[in-house]
Design a binder for this molecule. Structure first.
Ligand code: ZN
Length: 290
């Protein structure tokens, strides 16, 4: 049996064909452009696979993930031009005629890490990705959390010391939410250079670690997460996770006395699947739906 998986992100789509294993047999990556072009490329990729059983989709959000909603699989209020109101699941289902399993891109990544990666054996954890934006998949008791829609970890509010950091924030909805202050987009807007060119600027990374640690402290306190997986292009920058571990421990100040928190090196960890968490998670969603 072969399954399809799409890590359908706001920047790029990763399409894969695979079986039950972790390593997909065939992968294609292309940039997220217009809905018609992007969905069209995905359809073309999967249509070439003769015995596709099901398709798993980890879709960028906000997206309607309630299965009983008439708008299931539709992108909601996105600042991404052209995508608001796009029925992604419907377009894929009409063209490919296979069952579709869908969750947010970050919940799918969490599924991948839970089944095959750094969160194996941990039923309550959070996967946070820091790249162009910030997102988080929340797992509670072995299931992705949905609630109203799905958690919006990136848009939580964190203390913003304007004397230290006068930058207004880059979130089009909230200004200085966590994503507005600590995403790759925010780092670039604040310093005029992309994050990958800020290796020579320790202050930029200290500030980045500060905001992420404040956000992750909220995650620890609200979700009671037993582990946090920190991924994404910015999240994986050299030395960042170490800085965040140090500040997270200081901010929590010993208040939550749990064995898992005593060793930050095993509490806050990089993804076990590297940059493949999302697409492996999408394949897992497809496999689990059959
Ligand atoms: Zn925001």
């Amino acid at each position: 049996m072969s399954f399809g998986g799409i890590e359908a992100g706001g920047t790029k789509w990763v399409c894969a064909i695979g079986g039950a294993g972790v390593e997909p047999a065939r992968v294609e990556i292309f940039p997220t452009t217009t809905p018609a072009e992007t969905i069209g490329r995905a359809v073309e990729f999967f249509a070439a696979e003769p015995d596709l059983e099901a398709l798993g989709v980890g879709l960028f959000g906000p997206v309607e993930v309630r299965r009983d909603s008439p708008r299931w699989g539709t992108i909601l209020t996105t600042p991404k031009p052209g995508w608001e109101g796009t029925d992604v699941a419907g377009a894929l289902a009409r063209s490919l005629r296979v069952p579709i399993a869908l969750d947010t891109d970050v919940n799918a990544a969490a599924v991948g890490e839970w089944r095959h990666g750094a969160a194996r054996g941990v039923d309550t954890f959070v996967y946070v990705t820091v790249g162009t934006g910030i997102g988080g998949g929340v797992f509670v008791d072995g299931r992705p959390l949905h609630g109203l829609q799905h958690p919006e970890v990136g848009h939580m509010m964190v203390p913003h010391d304007r004397s230290r950091d006068p930058f207004e924030g880059s979130c089009p909805f909230h200004g200085d939410c966590l994503e507005g202050l600590a995403s790759g987009t925010a780092m670039r807007a604040r310093r005029g250079r992309p994050a990958e060119e800020l290796g020579d600027d320790p202050e930029a990374w200290e500030l980045e670690a500060e905001y992420l640690a404040l956000g992750l402290a909220n995650v620890v306190l609200v979700v009671s997460a037993e582990r946090i997986v920190l991924g994404g292009g910015v999240g994986g920058a050299p030395g960042l996770i170490e800085r965040v571990r140090t500040r997270l421990r200081e901010i929590l100040a010993g208040y939550v006395d749990a064995p898992a928190l005593r060793d930050m090196d095993t509490y806050l960890v990089p993804p076990g699947l590297g940059s493949r968490s999302g697409v492996v998670g999408a394949l897992t969603l497809a496999g689990d739906s059959c």
